[in-house]
Design a protein around this ligand. Structure first.
Ligand SMILES: Nc1ncnc2c1ncn2[C@@H]1O[C@H](COP(=O)(O)OP(=O)(O)OP(=O)(O)O)[C@@H](O)[C@H]1O
Length: 309
């Protein structure tokens, strides 16, 4: 597991990571969220031994990241932000080089490279130099080097940043594949909130280096103003004002010239039945009626802007 205890990092006067504490358990895919400059990459760099903390401690698979970093690194795969690789090396040569650095040789080295190549589907570009690859393929090379030694812990800094929707989908599938049923830990930093719903079992939100929220995607969505909101799509606009008098209704938002209503519930209230009944009784031309789980982007904005205020 990963244990982070009051981890702190300063750059000059600037406190980039401020007393951060949380644990990650085997089997978890943790989304590490925060606005630009929140301290995500700095935290990941400390965990992986690329930066030394100024305070606090952390351990990975029981190994302290300061006094036992080499042992900790054996259990970790790391995809740094932007997935930097040696541009003038060819893909195969680069992966063989990484395999050697990881201590593999001979048949074992060939097997490890083959497996990683297969997992991220690099077969078609093995002879190509890395600098000539598309962004998506460069990212895959970065992923291949991170998983080559089959680590217990994968730390991925914005693994889908800048990829097209198909490539994003592929990388997410790969993350799910790597994590599923394996008891491994995957930590991914991201700005993309749909990624959290798509692949993460838990999310931690930070801003200005401090922890703001920690929970499952469902728990975070439940903090949204739109949790249990009812969305009503209509063929024509209706008089929605009376909805405000229904029990449990907090607000009604109108969009598309009144043909899309979002009926917001008071905290803890379930309003789908009363809104549905009202619409039926008044013969509204309903095209679609649905309940919202909550909007992560709104929770994220609120949490991080409260912090900035
Ligand atoms: N080597 C450095 N020297 C000085 N300041 C740094 C250094 N690395 C990071 N910082 C500062 O520390 C803060 C946290 O940066 P960090 O890269 O960890 O944020 P982040 O959450 O990963 O942001 P992003 O989402 O933009 O990648 C920022 O204000 C950044 O400018």
């Amino acid at each position: 597991m990963i244990k982070i205890n009051s981890l702190t990092k300063r750059f000059g006067d600037h406190l980039a990571v401020d007393n951060l504490s949380f644990d990650v358990q085997p089997g978890e895919v943790l989304g590490f969220l925060g606005p630009n400059g929140a301290g995500k990459s700095t935290t990941m760099k400390m965990l992986t031994g690329f930066l030394t903390p100024d305070g606090g401690s952390a351990s990975v698979c029981g190994f302290d990241i300061q006094s036992q970093i080499l042992q900790a690194q054996k259990h970790m795969g790391y995809l740094p932000e932007g997935a930097p690789c040696y541009g003038d090396m060819r893909v195969k040569g680069f992966l063989e080089f990484i395999a050697e650095v990881r201590g593999f040789s001979g048949a074992e080295k060939r097997k490890r490279v083959e497996q990683a190549v297969e997992q991220v589907e690099l077969q078609g570009v093995l002879g190509q130099s890395i600098e000539t690859l598309s962004k998506g393929f460069k990212r895959r090379v970065g992923l291949a080097q991170a998983i080559l030694h089959d680590p217990q812990v994968l730390i991925l800094d914005e693994p889908t940043d800048g990829l097209d929707p198909n490539q994003k989908h592929q990388v997410r599938q790969l993350i799910q594949q790597l994590a599923s049923g394996s008891n491994k830990i995957v930590v991914i930093s991201t700005h993309i909130l749909e990624e959290v719903s798509a692949v993460c079992t838990r999310a931690v939100v930070i801003a200005r280096g401090r922890l703001l929220a920690d929970g499952t995607p469902d728990q975070l969505e439940a903090r949204s103003r739109y949790h249990q909101a009812v969305t009503v799509a209509l063929a024509q606009p209706v008089d929605s004002q009376p909805l405000l008098a229904l029990p449990g209704v907090l607000d009604v938002e109108r969009q598309r010239e009144g043909r899309l209503l979002t009926v917001v519930a008071k905290p803890g209230e379930v309003i789908f039945p009363v809104v549905g009944q009202y619409a039926r009784e008044h013969a509204w031309p309903v095209l679609e009626l649905s309940v919202e789980r909550g909007r992560l982007d709104e929770v994220f904005r609120r949490l991080t802007s409260e912090e900035a205020a």
